[in-house]
Design a protein around this ligand. Structure first.
Ligand SMILES: [Zn+2]
Length: 373
């Protein structure tokens, strides 16, 4: 159709009609997304989450995916919202905003908001522009101002992260900056966060953990442990630089690896997990579902710290790094042993998904109420 041939009136009518069709089509997609979620089809297709499915498989950009998923869940809870979306009184972005505020409120109060309260919040954003909806929500929940976080891509490999921190956190960061100042004078927040995340990964990543020395003193993550005042013998800050053992750990994992005899890896696990050392007790452990740290580490390294779930051999593996768990390939209840060849790294969702396949939905619901829907 040649648009130039349309009269002004025809053009205005047409765009109105098409916009209505677009909203209806969006609603149709939203309802279909709800059904996919209900059937958990995204898990069968190897996606760790519905969000991943909607972005990667359906090709929606992240914010559009987020809006559609939020709307689909809102309609599941309040079916009447469907009409409000259709007639345009409730926009998808306002639904997302309202749901963000509801979730934060629940987090702040550590309990779920009653249904009627949620409904009131949704009513607040009806017939409002995105900006006015936000203002209204902030008026209703003024304490949430501090929870406003945002990220923005500034260069190809730099992202601006906006967070509001309370004074206590800032003073802890400043304290850490001081404690690290021997090695890195005048660290910026970004350098400080880089350093702290490296330390945390060394402490929490099972593979990195395995390459640490047996000494418990190497855990240098917290202020408490780094802080010389927590340790009488290291109170003198001049001595700190030359003698405080945790600071030498800050020099990097290579230093530790050199100091770590190969055998120390195992002995540290034995100490840490209080694994019984006698042969008898050791063999008792073998017949339990207990997975030793050494096995966990081997599995983590082999599976590259990612979920290896595949729906079938033709599919790619899930690859999620979120909420990873150790999955028994042959279930323990069916005689599967806690050995590396029988253990796989799965994200929580796929672990539950597999358990449902292995044991049936009914049984799983008894063990994990709420997580299986
Ligand atoms: Zn997964």
């Amino acid at each position: 159709m040649a648009l130039t041939s349309l009269s002004d009136l025809e053009l205005l009518n047409l765009i109105k009609e098409k916009s209505k069709q677009e909203r209806n089509l969006t609603l149709e997609v939203i309802n279909l997304i709800r059904e996919v979620e209900k059937r958990r089809l995204f898990l069968k297709l190897n996606f760790g989450s519905l969000f991943e499915y909607v972005t990667k498989e359906l090709g929606f950009e992240e914010s559009a995916a987020n809006r559609r998923i939020s709307a689909s869940r809102l309609i599941r809870e309040f079916p009447e919202a469907e009409e409000e979306i259709r007639d345009g009184s409730l926009t998808l972005s306002n639904i997302v905003q309202a749901q963000v505020f509801i979730r934060r409120e629940e987090k702040l109060k550590s309990k779920g908001l009653p249904r009627e309260e949620k409904k009131k919040v949704m009513d607040l954003v009806k017939n409002k522009s995105a900006r006015n909806a936000k203002i209204t929500l902030l008026q209703k929940f003024p304490e949430q101002v501090i929870l406003n976080e945002s990220t923005r891509q500034v260069t190809a490999d730099h992202i601006e992260v906006k967070v509001i921190l309370n004074e206590k956190v800032i003073s802890k960061l400043d304290k850490l900056r001081g404690l690290l100042s021997h090695k890195h004078p005048n660290m910026s927040y970004s350098e400080l966060i880089d350093e702290l995340t490296n330390m945390a990964i060394r402490k929490l990543d099972p593979v990195e953990k395995g390459s640490r020395t047996a000494s418990r003193r190497n855990a240098t993550l917290t202020v408490k442990e780094l802080d010389p005042t927590k340790n009488e013998s290291q109170r003198n800050t001049i001595k700190v630089k030359s003698s405080l053992p945790p600071l030498s750990e800050i020099e990097g994992p290579d230093v530790q690896r050199l100091r770590t005899p190969a055998s120390a890896v195992e002995s540290s696990d034995v100490q840490k997990s209080k694994t019984p050392t006698s042969a008898v007790e050791q063999s008792n452990k073998q017949s339990s579902r207990y997975i030793t740290s050494a096995v966990k580490r081997a599995v983590w390294r082999r599976d590259k710290g990612q979920c290896v779930f595949k729906e079938s051999e033709n599919h790619e593996r899930c690859g999620s790094r979120f909420q990873l768990e150790y999955h028994h390939e042959i279930p323990f209840a069916k005689g599967g042993q806690p050995l590396a060849e029988n253990i796989k790294l799965y994200c929580k969702r796929h672990n539950i998904h597999r358990a449902i396949t292995d044991f049936g939905k009914e049984i799983m619901q008894e063990f994990t109420p709420g997580s299986v829907t």
